[in-house]
Design a protein around this ligand. Structure first.
Ligand code: BGC
Length: 764
């Protein structure tokens, strides 16, 4: 009997798998709709948003109504005046010509029997508006277009389709222009109308895919904390938090009153509104009043990175009630919590999380405010592990990794940015390695091999690219960003020690190859595993011959050079202690300051902890003079800065050209905070937190740390405390998992080890 049940269960499981694979593999929408374009002659300078309308009748006894939509541009839909769905900036950002997402909505509750009106407005967005730093437009095409299909099912089983086709009308409306970098202009005096018949187009359906994005939705809101008149006389509102999204405004005034809202992350040292670091991004919302009572405004097809707004033309007094800042970001579930007894570190954690919120808008971007906002691979790579502590980023990154593979060049080079809008430029060490490092870390964190299966050809192509461009196993060619934005002394005449780009490249070549070997083994690709294992040995030998002295001194005497060599196990074991010593000497030569850039920073404290210098890791973490993590915190930062010294101690700016105040890369220290201070880690042999390692490293005079992580099994919690010279700790281990718990003495030096099962545990 049991056997029969088992067999039946297996059969159901098999069928279930088949069905879910089937619906995944097959396009569930049978597209009958036609692509439509506006019939209006377009103002080629202002390019107003394009409005599409369909009026139709629905019978009573409607059972369900499902709407499928996508566009060339960005769309927002309304059914009988009600907004469809909660997502913004749809259909999201992919390389549209290769794959274009459509979204599905259940609109049953918005329909009524009798007459219905379906309105969809389409704006420029990433499709043809301006974004990036080239000043270019029309990245994917020159004309906006809409494709949508509404499927009605009645209770008697009858089905009816309302599809975009020649019967739709196109018109004009209140969004007079909208672009990512420029902002948006809304004229409330313009009522939707001026209807003409649409044109149909034949763009086909081959590139259409069901949405994979974590939708961008509204999150936290902020009320003004201060209303300021600056020395220059600008009317400025401070929302107290550097965030990404927009401001909703209520106003009452005469028809034609024009209010402009400009956005800025910081004030300059005199307290004036500062927008130079936005470079070519106008980042302005313009609202023109209709003049009929209280009106409310918010943009649709743009977003801003800001803490301050400067307002011109507002009718009447500026009052806090009229302005609300709204944060928009991909709807990732928060998973991590970190708190400790040092308020500066708590602010750092806050800044890291807000750096993530502000730059995870469908694509992981470098920055959200200036004329750039691109999916830089290096930034995402260095920040991934921290990101995966703070939020569930599985869906977000599995979509983006597919995009990365799609953009990868035929020669295997991974493009600098994904989606690629830099004409295929790519192949930079530490950037392109996003192709291997992110999938591998996804596997460790989420315990799901499928991402490795999905990415394997891309990972392999990237390693092969490096091999192809190497001579005698040394990768000594190509353009590299190197240890981007590492410390340079103020009087640097070019002689400052910076890390050789090829020395870095060789380390990442090894690391990507190591990951490929691990992946090949895991996926049962024995031949690949052994081939790349041999390659890995040769890469390391070539590295040691070229860059390392017998005693373990590196050609580049920099923190990053030592950190990468040690983190990626480049050196023979015997000389590692010497190399660690040189690293420590280097840190002390800079009076216990870090000097690392994007590539060295994520591993710096990990290497120090691993090789017995945990106290020094804490010293670096708690350093609050430039360059350090807490220097920006001391300067009042509410997000992570692009540069260690974006604002100098005297309040002046480091530069105006490349100075973002919301750039998450240096927030990569978050991973060390969770794994080392709180001590929440994952056994790599049993990924996805199936086997948990709890090993806190108290230090830095911290008296407590409280952290948690939501995993697929449940929430891991760690709360340690030092009181009266005694260390105690409470740990929660989720169901169906086990944990190895290391309990340190009060100095964090000697550990006792315990194996525990799920449940709550107390240790003294
Ligand atoms: C971006 C970086 C990026 C870099 C490449 C910059 O413009 O803002 O974050 O990684 O270019 O070096």
């Amino acid at each position: 009997m049991n056997n029969l049940v088992n067999r039946l269960l297996k059969l159901f499981f098999f069928l279930g798998t088949m069905i879910s694979l089937h619906s995944y593999a097959q396009n569930p929408v049978k597209w009958q709709a036609q692509w439509i374009k506006t019939g209006l002659k377009e103002d080629s300078l202002t390019k107003p948003a394009q409005y599409f309308r369909k009026e139709f009748k629905a019978d009573s006894k409607l059972k369900s109504a499902r709407l499928y939509v996508t566009c060339h541009g960005l769309y927002e839909g309304h059914l009988n005046g009600n907004r469809i769905g909660k997502a913004y900036l749809t259909p999201g950002w992919t390389d549209y010509n290769k794959r274009l997402q459509y979204q599905e909505y259940d609109v049953t509750s918005l329909l009524k029997s009798g007459n219905n009106t379906l309105d969809i407005v389409v704006g420029d967005g990433w499709y043809r508006g301006n974004f990036g730093f080239s000043g270019k437009r029309d990245f994917y095409g020159t004309e906006l277009a809409l494709l949508c299909q509404l499927e009605l099912t009645y209770s008697n089983g009858r089905r009816e389709l309302i599809s975009s086709d020649a019967s739709w009308k196109s018109g004009d409306g209140r969004i007079r222009s909208a672009e990512i970098n420029s902002g948006e202009t809304i004229d409330a005096r313009v009522t939707t109308g001026n209807w003409t018949t649409v044109k149909t187009a034949n763009y086909g359906y081959d590139n259409l895919i069901p949405t994979e994005s974590e939708p961008i939705t509204k999150h936290e809101t902020f009320k003004p904390v201060k209303i300021i008149t600056t020395p220059k006389g600008e009317k400025v509102i401070d929302f107290g938090q550097n965030l990404v999204g927009w401001v909703t405004m209520k106003a009452k005034g005469a028809a034609g009153t024009t209010v402009t809202i400009r956005h800025a992350e910081v004030l300059d040292k005199d307290g004036n509104f500062y927008t130079e670091n936005l470079r070519g991004a106008k980042a302005t919302a313009t609202y023109i009043l209709k003049g009929e009572g209280e009106e409310s405004f918010e943009p649709n097809f743009t977003y801003f990175g800001f803490r301050y707004i400067a307002i011109d033309g507002f009718p009447g007094e500026l009052t806090p009630e009229n302005f609300t800042a709204v944060a928009l970001y991909s709807d990732m579930k928060p998973t991590g919590y970190f708190e400790c007894s040092n308020p500066m570190l708590n602010q750092l954690q806050h800044n890291i999380q807000w750096g993530q919120k502000g730059n995870f808008l469908d694509v992981p971007t470098d920055c959200p405010q200036r004329d750039e906002r691109l999916g830089w691979t290096g930034d995402a790579q260095v920040f991934f592990k921290t990101a995966a502590f703070n939020f569930n980023v599985q869906k977000f990154f599995s979509k983006w990794m597919k995009d990365l593979a799609l953009e990868q060049r035929a020669d295997g080079a991974v493009t600098h940015v994904v989606p690629d809008v830099l004409n295929g430029a790519g192949g930079s060490a530490g950037w392109a390695d996003a192709a291997t490092i992110i999938p591998w870390n996804m596997y460790l964190v989420f315990g799901d091999k499928s991402v490795l299966q999905q990415q394997y050809p891309s990972m392999k192509a990237w390693v092969d690219y490096m091999t192809h461009n190497s001579k005698d196993d040394l990768w000594n060619s190509g353009d590299h960003f190197g240890d981007w934005l590492s410390y340079r002394s103020p009087d640097d005449d070019g002689s400052d020690a910076i890390t050789s780009k090829y020395e870095i490249a060789q380390c990442f070549y090894a690391q990507s190859t190591q990951i490929l070997v691990n992946t090949a083994k895991l996926l049962g690709k024995a031949a690949d595993a052994s081939q790349y294992e041999q390659l890995l040995q040769r890469i390391k030998t070539a590295y040691n011959n070229e860059y390392v002295t017998k005693s373990g001194r590196l050609m580049s005497n920099t923190q990053t050079a030592y950190v990468l060599a040690l983190q990626f196990d480049m050196l023979p074991e015997a000389i590692r202690p010497n190399a660690v010593k040189y690293l420590v000497d280097n840190i002390s030569a800079y009076r216990n300051h870090l000097t690392t850039g994007f590539l060295g920073t994520p591993y710096l404290c990990h290497v120090l902890t691993r090789f017995g210098y945990n106290d020094l890791a804490y010293t670096l973490l708690l350093q609050d003079t430039y360059p350090s993590w807490l220097y920006p915190v001391k300067m009042g930062a509410t997000t992570i800065w692009e540069r260690w010294d974006g604002i100098r101690p005297d309040g002046s700016f480091q530069t105006s050209r490349m100075n973002s105040f919301n750039h998450y890369a240096y927030g990569a220290i978050g991973d060390w905070m969770y794994r080392t201070i709180a001590g929440i880690d994952n056994d790599p042999e049993n990924p996805g937190y199936k086997k948990i390692i709890i090993k806190p490293h108290p230090g830095g005079n911290l008296t407590y740390c409280k952290a948690s992580l939501d995993t697929q099994y449940g929430t891991i919690k760690v709360h340690w405390e030092i009181r009266n010279d005694k260390f105690s700790m409470d740990v929660t281990v989720p169901e169906n998992t086990t944990a190895t718990v290391y309990v340190p003495d009060v100095n964090g030096k000697n550990y006792s080890m315990r194996q525990v099962k799920s449940g709550n545990h107390h240790f003294d």
